[in-house]
Ligand binder design. Structure first.
Ligand code: ADP
Ligand code: MG
Length: 231
């Protein structure tokens, strides 16, 4: 059985409707969607050990089946630069989560590589009641939230359709490099769109995917946060 099927089965057995970030990212990895390297630590000693393997700076995030929006409960600390900061951040996250959600079951702390700041894009997938799996693409932040500058296609998409989803955006010129924004690797985005389409098509038990944000670089891209919601 594929890793993706194993993860989806486990969630179904547990009666969970959304996947933990490490599960969502493991699925992304299997579908060749680039992600930030990660490990789950169960205590401070492990957190230090894993951070040394990954290399500073790192990002720490709470892993809990009861917490879907991690920042809302103080569950994310970025740019942790050394062992002292790591210990402080570990305690800060645990304290904050216990305060905001005393009953949350805590699986551990996700240690992940810090992705350098760059152009942020969003790839999403939902199920349209009429057309089935549908893909969405947009630039991060205000472009999606305020300007609603997004494009849609019904899955499965062809490579040409993936390219159109990108070039049709009003903000597309920004991806070609503008002021302090670097030239974005369009090929890498096309690949992510196609692989998300494939994942959505092959696993109809997935209701929603949200890769938000994805940092796009001159060469390559990295999914920083991944959410997968099940039917
Ligand atoms: P939430 O569950 O609150 O959406 P995220 O995982 O998206 O949590 O983290 C919140 C924000 O922190 C992200 O939108 C991103 O700006 C930043 N961030 C998270 N992980 C990383 C990372 N690995 N590298 C760089 N920035 C990150
Ligand atoms: Mg997020």
């Amino acid at each position: 059985m594929s890793r993706t099927s194993e993860i989806l089965d486990q969630a179904r057995k547990d009666g969970r409707k959304f996947l933990l970030e490490p599960e969502a990212k493991a699925i992304c990895k299997e579908y060749d969607i680039p992600i930030t390297q990660f490990k789950i630590a169960n205590n401070e000693a492990e957190a230090i050990k894993f951070t040394e393997e990954i290399g500073y700076p790192v990002v720490l995030k709470i892993v809990s089946p009861d917490i879907i929006h991690k920042s809302d409960v103080g569950g994310v600390i970025i740019n942790v630069k050394n062992a002292k900061d790591l210990q402080d951040a570990y305690k800060q996250i645990m304290d904050s989560v216990r305060k905001h959600k005393p009953k949350a079951r805590i699986i551990g702390l996700l240690i992940q590589e810090m992705a350098p700041q760059s152009t942020e894009v969003i790839v999403g997938a939902t199920k349209d009641p009429q057309f089935g799996p549908t893909l969405m693409f947009g630039l991060g932040g205000i472009f999606v939230e305020i300007l609603k500058d997004v494009t849609f296609r019904i899955a499965p998409i062809t490579e040409d359709e993936a390219r159109e989803m990108i070039t049709e955006l009003k903000a597309y010129p920004l991806l070609k490099g503008y002021r302090n924004l670097p030239l974005a690797d369009i090929k890498a985005i096309v690949k992510i769109l196609m692989n998300t389409s494939k994942l959505m098509t092959e696993h109809q038990e997935i209701k929603e995917i949200d890769l938000n944000p994805i940092m796009v670089y001159k060469k390559g891209a990295k999914t920083v946060d991944a959410r997968i919601i099940l039917e």
